[in-house]
Write a protein that binds this ligand. Sequence first.
Ligand SMILES: C[S@@+](CC[C@H](N)C(=O)[O-])C[C@H]1O[C@@H](n2cnc3c(N)ncnc32)[C@H](O)[C@@H]1O
Length: 345
Amino acid sequence: MCRVARGQFHLLDLATVIKEVDDHIVEGLLHCSDRNCQREYPIIDGVPLIIRDIRSYLSDNLFQVCQRTDLSETIESVLGDCGGHGSVFDAIRQHVSSYAWDHYGDLDPDEPPGDPRPGSMLRVLRRGIALSGLESDRPDSMLDVGCSVGRSTFTLAETLDRPVLGIDLNLPMLRVAARALREGVVRYPRRRVGIVYDRREFPVSFRCADRVDFWACDATALPFAEESIGAALSLNVLDCVHSPMEFLSSLGAVLQPNGRAVIASPYDWSSSATPIEGWIGGHSQRGPDRGASESILRQILTPGHPQAIQSLRLIAENNCPWHVRMHDRSVVSYDSHLVVAQKVG
Ligand SMILES: C[S@@+](CC[C@H](N)C(=O)[O-])C[C@H]1O[C@@H](n2cnc3c(N)ncnc32)[C@H](O)[C@@H]1O
């Protein structure tokens, strides 16, 4: 839905199909159905961009949106050498490398043996599903918030046999997900060392792929009708959004009564992602909670507490190891805090 006017929601119409491959709209336009708005939301590389301030998003991320995806490994490596370490091009490759490796490396026939193995996100997902009881509940629809390259979305749809929509704001990562969906191929640059990346390309196939889609949406302003989503998963995203409180209240608003959200976070706060005022803990160590993110999140998820968002109640929690591979000789290890919250009925 279009939610340009705060508090108002209008359905989107599919206005133009520019390019279609099989059943997938690769390029097109969605329009707000409100005559006074008529905002346009583009579909690019198979990903609808349904973001409230679409103009700012596109102007801030023009490089990512216009980035070529058809270049050979050799030319990409020349661009990487010339752009150098820390360039936007390099940052995109590093991100895609880390997440595509963890999400899909287990399916890559050329992935070398050794420790750690890919698949740490899947371990968090499985522990979260077990903790939440979603397998017996089977919600009618699910969101995978901050899905990045999308393996969690496919796995959720397979495990629960339900439609799952993966959303993220990072178009280069969503492109990997959308290509896996549309072409059954994962292609990503796997970082070896420095600015040296090896291209990986291998087939993937997922049961229930017809129940999956990937959209670019902001987790802090979800473009869905209130109480329309059965359940949500959000792994390692809470400490990456610009406003964690807006993210939690947006989740609380779209979940159906009693709907569950599985939320994991290693609380790796950084002011480049979230202004310090928005962090849940991680500061104010002289306060009553001594800066502990876990206890402040528990209060936020306790309806009635003065700091609570009121619509979500914590019903279970646990921890789970998770890692992010940086290059051949560097892996960052985390202990992700898993919570299951339920929409107050
Ligand atoms: C640390 S990664 C975790 C990815 C994946 N869930 C996993 O566990 O492997 C955080 C993800 O959140 C996404 N993200 C950050 N802010 C977002 C926002 N406001 N809306 C949607 N996604 C966001 C990032 O683009 C990134 O893909």
